[in-house]
Design a protein around this ligand. Sequence first.
Ligand code: ZN
Length: 250
Amino acid sequence: MKIQRGFKAVKEEERRREQAREQRRGKLWRVFFPKDADDDYEIPIRFLTDEPICYYEHTKFVNGKVQNYTCTGDGCPHCEDGDKPRFVGAFLVIDRTEFEYDERDDKGNKTGRKLKGKDRLKLLVRGQTDLASLDRLNSKYGLLDRDWTVYKTGTGTSTRWNFDRGDLDEWTEEEIQNILPERYRGRDFYEILEEQIIGKSTDESTSEDDTIDEEVEDKVMSGVQSLDDEGTPEKVKSSNKGVIKKLKRK
Ligand SMILES: [Zn+2]
């Protein structure tokens, strides 16, 4: 397959808005790939799904914010605006990065104290280059039974994100469920993914913040690709689990 590397300059970088988004319900964050990451920047993740849910997505700057919209194909307003969607695949993952957040009392007011957390349920959304890598890694090793570390190589236009395999450390079903936020427990992971993906396009009337996406880089780092099929990994094509049908472009 054809592999392209690309790093298109992005005009604006979205500020991290984790604190605000934490309070929001219903939308999972995406694993964030910062543009200006240091060489030693790493993101530890655990895959909960090992096949991507694939779809086309528009990434736009709206009022200085990056927003992603799932392309609905026929009648998609963003296509009609002349924007070209790109092919992406989403995985459900646990972001194992440690983070700090504000402690809140029963009324939701900040207490002034900071708490530490880790293991947030997120979407990992990548373009064709990374999907091809993940396809290969999944066939060769499987993705589910260990942590992976996402790390970067190169700088500037040759920046790439890579996936490093951790030691075997299989989680029991119970361990996984305990890590999930309550409202996602007992649910099918692919269903959760589809709900997140489809929700993004059908629910644009929710508050603006709900559709903000912090990942300028996602579009950039993974190689922005044209939408012809020649670059699409076979596995990706064959594992669409229905979503692609609903979202298929004309
Ligand atoms: Zn579209």
